[in-house]
Design a protein around this ligand. Structure first.
Ligand SMILES: C[S@@+](CC[C@H](N)C(=O)[O-])C[C@H]1O[C@@H](n2cnc3c(N)ncnc32)[C@H](O)[C@@H]1O
Length: 263
């Protein structure tokens, strides 16, 4: 077997850490999975425990009973530790960005993996994953806090990055720009004046401040109102499946990548 592409990095993970991204994949891409023959999902870089892969498997089976999930890890010890948890439809394999699977995955989730690489490498591995994903498939690449209360992810298809989603538990931040520390590697160094992502987070903070009075009805109402305010000047998704009140009420907001493409 050729050497897996990539490097072994820290294996930090945790129960329920990726629930926000799983909920988004199930809600926004459940239909894609259900419409496919033998839908395959890859969880790339699942870390020191099989937990988040198993959780994703159970959540996606809830929206697509035929989905098959393969957890891929570059650390052989972590693959050995996960193997006992295999079951029909869920398996674990040694590998890297080359993705050793028998058919193109419809969904590739890579969470808290690329942050440990350089920015130029992250762009390069995005391109590699884009060549591996199914023609109508999606790559969900992101980062989150230790317990998953703050998360940011990019969704990509074969042609490039399509969207950026910010997702937060309402008691998990003070200002929306607190999520900046969770930006994907391709954006985190771009959160500086003059860059669109910086302007977006600045405007999100402003919308959050302007809508402070709604906080008396709860942070959910304040988030929804802030998303509506932002929609006046930014092309945030306003309609299902990725936008509108049904997503905003979850502490989520999605905008097209074109709005925040680094200069
Ligand atoms: C910080 S853990 C993240 C675990 C889990 N995805 C999470 O978010 O909780 C990152 C894992 O990715 C693995 N990894 C890094 N590069 C990889 C690659 N190219 N292919 C497969 N796994 C990789 C590391 O060995 C490590 O176990």
């Amino acid at each position: 077997m050729p050497k897996p592409i990539g490097e072994i990095t820290r294996g930090t993970t945790g129960h329920n850490r990726l629930r926000r991204a799983d909920r988004w994949i199930a809600g926004v891409h459940g239909r894609l999975l259900r419409g496919a023959n033998r839908p395959l999902v890859v969880d790339l870089g699942y870390g020191a425990s099989h937990t988040t892969t198993l959780e994703m498997f159970l959540r996606l089976r809830g929206v697509c009973p035929s989905v098959e999930v393969v957890g891929i890890e570059i650390d052989p010890a972590r693959v050995a530790a996960a193997k006992p948890y295999e079951r029909p439809g869920l398996s674990f394999a040694l590998g890297g960005f080359e993705l050793p699977v028998d058919r193109p995955p419809l969904v590739i989730r890579a969470f808290n993996v690329l942050r440990q690489y350089g920015e130029a490498e992250a762009w390069g591995y995005w391109a590699m994953l884009r060549e591996r994903v199914a023609p109508d498939g999606v790559i969900v690449e992101g980062t989150c806090s230790e317990v998953g209360h703050r998360a940011v992810w990019a969704a990509l298809d074969r042609s490039g990055p399509r969207t950026l989603t910010l997702s937060a538990r309402f008691d998990g931040f003070t200002r929306p720009s607190d999520l900046a520390e969770r930006l994907p590697k391709t954006l985190i160094h771009r959160n500086v004046p003059g860059e669109p992502i910086h302007a977006f987070l600045r405007d999100f903070d402003h919308a959050w401040a302007v809508n402070a009075p709604l906080g008396s009805y709860g942070s959910r109402q304040r988030w929804i109102a802030s998303a509506e305010t932002l929609a006046g000047t930014w092309p945030v998704a306003e309609h299902p499946p990725s936008g509108g009140r049904s997503r905003w009420r979850l502490g989520e907001i999605t905008l097209p990548w074109s709005a925040i493409t680094p200069r």
